[in-house]
Design a protein around this ligand. Structure first.
Ligand code: SF4
Ligand code: SF4
Length: 254
């Protein structure tokens, strides 16, 4: 990167940090005091940031000053946050399986877009050499809620309960998905399913942990039932690519 580009990037980072801080709701004093009590930097240092290397952490609705569309768009424009989804599956009485995405905000993962409904989870973009880029006052609440332990780290807050608090704001998040992608949530999800299945078959998940790959492997049967056309297209694309790649490999070995 040229000197001018580095300076430009630094300036942009400073601007986006400033904007991010301004937009967040201030955390209650008692939450900060309590969190300082729970923080065990030594344990996290020893661990090396496993949770943050696995995926960015969740934002709670309470992290934000407003749920208005233009406000949330500013948050997304900082480049630090993505709209993501958690998928619920519901088997109807006629045996049809429904996939229902519930949208919420999460710290953006490396090499992922502002709209990241379904993909292999990667390292959080805010994880730096010495830990999280944020301090307690600006860290997403999902990260704050995680209590470090020498054995198994645990969340002191019910994650599902917090995810449910995003339900009243689905419409505004859907509109943002449309603004950024010109697609409805279901259209975007279908596109993501196709990419995910293709990436799975070609092994394009080097930045993800083994647990994540296993999770996606377990998800595949459900996705193939709910999105048969997208899965079929991904497999055909993979097969066509394999045919193209194969002669090259054979050529090398001759
Ligand atoms: S919270 Fe747990 S998993 Fe995350 S860095 Fe600390 S010790 Fe590691
Ligand atoms: S925002 Fe900070 S605490 Fe949350 S996953 Fe990223 S690096 Fe970890």
């Amino acid at each position: 990167m040229k000197k001018h580009d580095i300076e430009q990037k630094l300036n942009n980072d400073i601007k986006s940090d400033k904007l991010y801080k301004q937009l967040l709701a201030p955390k209650e004093e008692k939450i900060i005091t309590e969190q300082i009590k729970y923080e065990h930097k030594e344990i996290c240092k020893k661990c090396g940031g496993y949770c943050c290397k696995k995926c960015g952490c969740d934002y709670f609705v309470s992290d934000f000053k407003s749920m208005k569309i233009d406000y949330l768009e500013q948050i997304l424009e900082t480049g630090k946050v993505s709209i993501v989804s958690t998928l619920y599956f519901d088997r109807l009485s006629n045996n049809k399986l429904l996939c229902i995405p519930k949208l919420y905000l999460r710290a953006r993962n490396n090499n992922r877009d502002v709209i990241d409904l379904l993909s292999f989870k990667t390292r959080c973009s805010q994880l730096e050499q010495n830990g999280c880029h944020y301090d307690i006052t600006t860290r997403p609440s999902g990260g704050i809620a995680l209590i470090p332990s020498h054995d198994i780290c645990y969340s002191k807050i019910d994650r599902l309960e917090e995810l449910n608090k995003w339900l009243p704001y689905q419409k505004v998040l859907e509109r943002l998905v449309k603004r950024y992608t010109q697609k409805s949530v279901i259209e975007k999800l279908k596109e993501d399913v196709e990419n995910l299945v293709y990436n799975f078959f070609v092994g394009n998940y080097q930045d993800s942990f083994e647990e994540e790959i296993d999770e996606i492997r377990r998800l595949l049967p459900l996705l193939s039932e709910c999105f048969p056309d997208e899965c079929k297209r991904a497999i055909i694309k993979y097969q066509n690519q394999s045919k193209l790649v194969l002669p090259k490999i054979l050529k090398k070995t001759k």
